[in-house]
Structures are given as structure tokens and as C-alpha cells.
Design a protein. Structure first.
Length: 247
């Protein structure tokens, strides 16, 4: 904390990494929203002088999930902030923040991280296999946070079932898998996103007309989830198309 750039190794850096630094405060959603009680608690904590660092930092993650009362509570302290205090509001949708909060902030936009960097982090820091890390990176939209939130069990299950289907390529397998996936309504989008990521990666490595057709078929199916009642038939049509593209 006493250097221009963090070293990542000293005691201060380690405390930040482990979210244990006494002068850095984190506020994140609980049950999908940031409520007024937590906003008030943060405001109270920021009234004291820094203990180890030159300033206090308040990091509000997914700031767009603040309730109106929570946002108004933080607005009060933003209007008259304690000395040596900095606020960081993290959100993919700044427009969802109160205009009065936005007007008191400087907007700093971050570009998506390279997928290779995300995959490398997952393998080296999270001990995730290279294949799974590559899939997670493809699904992350360039966000390490989103990659970390992905359901690894779903990714592993879909990948395993898909590999089994491609090894056999039988109508019986298609019908069985279509029926299975059609029963998982909440997981349908991520199932299709996983298939899309596989074909997207293969298209980048070795473009071909069949791979492009397969990728487009998964995109069309994903869009069809909103309008098609018979989800099993939707998956059957997709899987038969993908098998033809792989033949």
C-alpha cells in the first residue's frame, strides 16, 4: 500500500488479496441486492481514520443492485465524504445507478480481458484443467468474475454428455439427450452457451463451412428458447444438425 504499484507479495498486498485489509471495505449483494442496512454499516465504518494505509477505500461490487434506500443512504456520505476516503462503484450498467451518484463519480471503463489470460489464471490459480478453463474463459465474455461464478458441474456434465454423443452419433443418443436437456429449463441457456463456445473456439482455430453452420445452429436454437414451446423438439433438431456438421 506504500508503493505506486502493488507488488502482490508484501503483507499489505496479501491483506488486500484476502479481503482482510483494515482500510479496504467491501460491499456486495446478498440475495441479489444491496440493502440499506449494509449501506449504513459501510457508512459507519468509513467515519474512522485509516489504520495502515494513506486512505480508506470502499468497493461496492454490482453497485446497480443497490435498493433505492441503500443508494440514497450512500449518497449522503458521497455528498460529504470523510477525509481520505475513496469510493469505487463496480457495475456493468452505470445507467442503472442513481443519476445523483453517477454525477459524483468518474467513469472508468474496462475492456474485456483476453480469454487466454482468463484461462491461464484459472489453471494456475484455481487448479482447473486446461480444457475446462478454456471453456469457462469462452463463456466469460472477458470477465474473470463471471468466469469464477460459472457452475463447473454443469460445464463438466454438458461436456461429458456431448463428447459421448459425438463418439456414437446415433438417433437413440440424440433422442435421449434431447429429452434430458429439455427437462432442465433453467440450465438450457448455459447448455447452449457451452456448445456455442466449443464451436466458436474451433472456428477461430480452423475455420470451415460446417463449423460455421454448427455455430449458427446453436445461436438460432438459443434464440428459439424464448418462442418455442416444444423444447425437446428444438434440441432434437439442433443435435441432428450438429451431427451432420460433424460427419
Amino acid at each position: 500500500m506504500n508503493k505506486e504499484r502493488p507488488c502482490g507479495k508484501c503483507a499489505g498486498c496479501q491483506k488486500v488479496e484476502n479481503e482482510q485489509h483494515p482500510d479496504i471495505f467491501f460491499l456486495a449483494p446478498e440475495n441479489d441486492s444491496i440493502k440499506i442496512d449494509h449501506a449504513r454499516q459501510l457508512s459507519s465504518q468509513l467515519q474512522y481514520h485509516p489504520i495502515e494505509a494513506r486512505a480508506k477505500i470502499a468497493i461496492i461490487d454490482d453497485a446497480h443492485t443497490m435498493t433505492v434506500s441503500a443508494a440514497n443512504s450512500l449518497l449522503k456520505i458521497l455528498e460529504e465524504p470523510p477525509t481520505k476516503t475513496h469510493f469505487i462503484f463496480i457495475t456493468p450498467s452505470p445507467s442503472l445507478l442513481l443519476a445523483t451518484i453517477r454525477s459524483r463519480c468518474r467513469i472508468i471503463s474496462f475492456s474485456p480481458l483476453p480469454l487466454n489470460d482468463i484461462a491461464r489464471y484459472l489453471t494456475t490459480q484455481e487448479a482447473i484443467s486446461a480444457d475446462e478453463a478454456k471453456t469457462m474463459a469462452s463463456l466469460s465474455q472477458g470477465s474473470l468474475g463471471l468466469a469464477m461464478e460459472l457452475d463447473r458441474d454443469v460445464i463438466e456434465e454438458v461436456s461429458s454428455r456431448w463428447d459421448h454423443l459425438m463418439a456414437n452419433k446415433t438417433a437413440v443418443e440424440v433422442l435421449a439427450l434431447s429429452e434430458e436437456w429439455a427437462k432442465k429449463e433453467e440450465k438450457m441457456p448455459i447448455i447452449l452457451e457451452i456448445l456455442m463456445s466449443r464451436y466458436r473456439d474451433r472456428l477461430i482455430d480452423a475455420p470451415s463451412e460446417k463449423l460455421d453452420q454448427a455455430f449458427r445452429a446453436t445461436v438460432t436454437t438459443l434464440k428459439g428458447l424464448m418462442t418455442t414451446v416444444n423444447k425437446q423438439l428444438l434440441f432434437e433438431e439442433l443435435l441432428f444438425t450438429l451431427i451432420r456438421c460433424e460427419s
